[in-house]
Design a protein around this ligand. Sequence first.
Ligand code: PEP
Ligand code: MN
Length: 337
Amino acid sequence: MVIIMKPNTPQSEIYRMQEKLKGIGFDVHISQGQNYALLGLIGDTSQINESQLLANTHVDRVMRVQHPFKRASRHFHPQDTIIDIEGHKVGGGHLLMIAGPCAVESQEQVLTIARSVKDRGAHLLRGGAFKPRTSPYSFQGLEEDGLKILLEAKRQTGMPIVTECVSPETVDLVASYADVLQIGTRNMQNYSLLKKIGRTNKTILLKRGMAATIEELLMAAEYVMSEGNTNVILCERGIRTYETYTRNTLDISAIPAIKELSHLPIICDPSHAAGKWEMVEPLAKAAIAAGADGLIVEVHHQPEQALSDGAQSLKPERYERLVKAVNRIAEIQHSLV
Ligand code: PEP
Ligand code: MN
């Protein structure tokens, strides 16, 4: 960390600051320029309260050299993390395909979709039993009955289950059915929820907040990891921009950026980014070409009758096309490395 003192700060104040920082365990090196004095701190600055430093009348700016996330950082863990979900791997060159309906509607619906996506190359089954809907009047999900439906689909197809957890109170319940706990965009900064899931032994699928920066997403992962659970898969699902043609704007650049900054697997959700089924396949292809470790895609056998997100749901035949296309792109990627 570098602390830049304001121009013309008296020497006595610079030394006072140096002594104070030495007193809390840092090596402090002063570089005196013509106008500015810089204090370079050596030591673990992750616990330093930047705002308290800035409150000092003689401090102009504070610059961090280290990223504020540690456990999620590639510096801390240079190799790609590979997560294994009942034999299905993600990260380090392993592509994970997750597919299923937005919401669990009935046993028949989930079984029909589960069988059709499994036959077409999906590894894990998704489906929301607790739905965080923008309107309180929209379908809110079947809750525990929905979790039972998912478990029965797993029993019949062998597909592990990915489902959303919306509150700290329901973590234990959802974890007793699911293999992967999904944290949705609206809850990415729900810190009590992140801490609670960090104390489970389930894999976490952490979706980017719709107005979150890449650093904020990695700090959310840090919350989970600092509680002991390091099995975190990140997910780029589009962010809010001024563009209204699509539901969100898929931030493709987040994929290589996260690969650079973090060792955690990063997958893409083209469905919630697009909001339109026609755009799901092109966005999926772009994400895999950019280096994503997998996809989570909404699929429904009767999108016109879906209780949630029908407009962005692919029919099974379209999903088949998407899987074939992205597998070919992934093969080309591998041949290039
Ligand atoms: C979902 O996956 O159905 C969902 C609600 O996603 P998001 O949190 O990204 O909107
Ligand atoms: Mn949805």
